[in-house]
Design a protein around this ligand. Sequence first.
Ligand code: COA
Length: 340
Amino acid sequence: MDTQAGGPNRVGVEIIGSATHLPEGKLTNQDLEKLMTTSDEWITKRTGIHTRRRADMANGEKTTDLATGAMGKALKNAGVDPKELDLLLVATMTPDSPTPSVGCVVARDLGCNQIGAMDINAACSGYVYTISIADALIRSGMYKTIGVIGADTVTRHLDYSDYGRGAAILFGDGAAAMVLRASEDASKGMIAHRMHADGEGAKQLFIPSCKHDFVEQELFDERKLDKVQMNGQAVFKFAVSKFQEVIADTLEDAGIGADEVDHYICHQANSRILDSARERFGIPAEKLLVNIDRLGNTVGASVPLVFDELVQAGKIKPGQKVMFLAFGAGLTWGSSLWQL
Ligand code: COA
């Protein structure tokens, strides 16, 4: 079969199923008020977040559990047997441990064949990077059915005291997944994408593992090790500017106007960042779902969680154009514009 882009037998890519898997545990702004000096009003005004989910680490709930739950349900929704998957990709920055990868454990637990399975770490941009890669692998003819998961349990890297409150209020845990499959309709799948990284901003948002990770040694403190360190204002400015830039660039690459996109499926980091993009491009609220109020920033899970929520609400329809968008640590940012 000739699968070269532009060739006579071009293949497309279809999203044939999706699902969500969230931990039961909740952490509300009122819960946080008891742990640190903060207020529901402060958090709501600055971020739009009211509550978030938190994996029960003490009882062994980990990223692999959430990822397996999400992929298992996505396969069921797609009517696909785990043995039909021929590649499994996981966007995560919080594997249970450095090795094995989350992908290997999920493939084992779902009873997949001995397929390729791996994790891709681009922090909050991970899912957007990964579905672009998956699209390319299917279009090339290498694989037919790929499972793509976004799963993170970042709350274990947060300090729920006054010392870590700047970052601790923002994040939650979760997972969501999609099943992608080759389609005979070559118009389906990714039509434009952007992947960007700028390591110059590495220390604006990072998780230090030793004192040498601090450029300025006077900033080192034992309490910071293994906990998210963030320059909130710098990240905010980066996110607002790159988010708008990447939308403009992707629309230009695809040769379409902002109004031709049916859904902007955006990483949920801060409702003010999302509002800035909506205002700049005149995007109506119903085209940009915000669920950060209920879930916080779930890192690699955030984008597929929004997609699956739209699917469950019956708002995703064949023929629509959807733009997946994210930015995050690295610093990284990117887009993936799809024709459904
Ligand atoms: N509760 C109450 N007060 C807090 C607080 C909290 N959880 N965290 C910080 N503060 C205080 C600060 O200590 C500071 O007090 P000071 O003026 O007495 O020094 C004050 O609030 C303002 O802090 P600042 O960091 O300037 O707040 P901000 O308006 O920038 O809002 C963020 C902080 C984190 C909400 C905001 O910067 C942000 O959303 N940044 C982007 C982060 C992001 O999206 N990260 C993920 C990217 S994927």
